[in-house]
Write a protein that binds this ligand. Structure first.
Ligand code: SAH
Length: 377
């Protein structure tokens, strides 16, 4: 059997792993053991899985493989933020970012190569869509980060305590693989993250949000960015399909009877576009009765964009207005400045390593991955 025909066990969450072991005629606790070897201990060599029989190890060796993404580049910021460029089997590249903060470490994970949506302020959109990531490629980002961080000698904390699905792509358009990967993140035999510490961010794919509420308990973030349909249609064109009224209706009931949880509303601050007093008041209005907290994200400019980042004073005023109305509002801190400055260089250095299309997607992603953190508080 050649490598291509072998099954990558990183594609399986616990249920799928148990089903696979049942097919092999093995007891389900074998699946649990293998889960633990792969994700908890980080072992990718069957020979080291010493609590499995030799025969089973042999069988796994023949039928399956444990493939993780390859690190093409690693950049470490002075403040401890770390970015990885990961190369996938087909030559496509994705990026994963780790952001250490007081007492926590947030990993920003990608769900697709490129993006099919056309948000005007997001440069990933300009690159178009290439493909969905597999479960193995999504959880592989976590696998890789946990291992690499433990090897880094750094004064900043190196533990992944939170994951945000805020890298490249729209996670809800890769629903099954993303849900499986998040199951593994929360699995006690794997990464043991609590449901409060895994966040999925969506541009508002309403039917998939309804599905997600039924299937997963992870925290939800919504890329709101505008307080009325006219403006949101322009910034997040998906709004034409699922307008604010429908989007906010799902948010209202998203956590069911759990009154303590709130949906994070991401709001990119664009100068002269969505950052006025009136916009703040409209936002307060539409969020009335919605269990929400607001995350203001200063816009990260990219080449040929028509937008500018709002002035700090306007971001502060906007935030104060929302706070006075009783909305918990956080402004994203700028992190990893020194490696952000090197973003253009990263694309340049990648030139010889990746195909042109992958390079363009990467450059686009530089922007999208900046916009997370301050979540899972
Ligand atoms: N597609 C999902 C996941 C991406 S998360 C979503 O839309 O939620 C990345 C976050 O960064 C989203 O809120 C996105 O709208 C925001 N973002 C994209 N481009 C940005 C930019 N140039 N500056 C600041 N935030 C940006």
């Amino acid at each position: 059997m050649n490598t291509l025909e072998k099954i990558n066990l990183l594609n399986f969450d616990r249920k799928a792993m148990q089903a696979f072991f049942a097919e092999l005629g093995e007891k389900s606790f074998r699946a649990d053991q293998v889960m633990k070897w792969i994700h908890y201990y980080g072992v990718t060599d069957f020979a080291q899985m010493t609590n499995l029989s030799k025969a089973l190890r042999q069988q796994l060796q023949e039928k399956t493989l444990l493939a993780v993404p390859e690190i093409a580049m690693e950049q470490l910021s002075k403040d401890g933020t770390c970015k990885w460029l990961l190369r996938l089997n087909d030559g496509n590249c994705i990026e994963t970012v780790f952001i250490p903060e007081d007492g926590r470490g947030t990993l920003c994970v990608s769900s697709q190569v490129g993006c099919a949506l056309n948000c005007t302020f997001c440069s990933t959109a300009q690159q178009g869509f290439n493909r969905n990531l597999t479960t193995a490629e999504i959880i592989g980002q976590v696998w890789m980060a946990v291992r690499r961080l433990s090897q880094q000698n750094n004064e900043h904390d190196r533990h992944v305590t939170n994951v945000v699905m805020m890298g490249m792509g729209e996670p809800l358009l890769n629903f099954d693989n993303v849900v499986s990967a998040m199951n593994i993140m929360m699995d006690d035999f794997a990464y043991s993250l609590s449901k409060y510490r895994v966040t999925l961010s969506t541009s508002g794919v309403v039917p998939a949000m309804e599905q997600l509420a039924k299937l997963s308990e992870v925290a939800l973030a919504v890329s709101l960015h505008a307080p009325n349909d006219t403006l949101r249609n322009e910034l997040v064109p998906l709004n034409k399909k699922y307008p604010l009224k429908e989007l906010l209706a799902v948010c209202k009931t998203y956590y069911g009877n759990d009154k303590k949880r709130k949906v994070t509303m991401e709001y990119v601050m664009l100068e002269g576009i969505n950052d006025s007093k009136e916009h703040a008041d409209q936002l307060i209005n539409i969020l009335h009765g919605v269990p929400a907290k607001v995350n203001l994200i200063p816009f990260n400019p990219f080449p040929n964009t028509k937008y500018k980042r709002s002035k700090q004073i306007n971001i502060d005023k906007f935030r104060e207005r929302l706070m006075r109305a009783g909305l918990i509002t956080i402004t994203r801190k700028t992190r990893g400045d020194d490696i952000d400055a090197a973003c253009g260089q990263l694309a340049g250095q990648v030139k010889d390593l990746t195909k042109r299309s992958a390079r363009a997607k990467l450059a686009a992603m530089e922007v999208a991955v900046e916009a997370r953190t301050d979540l899972n508080s």
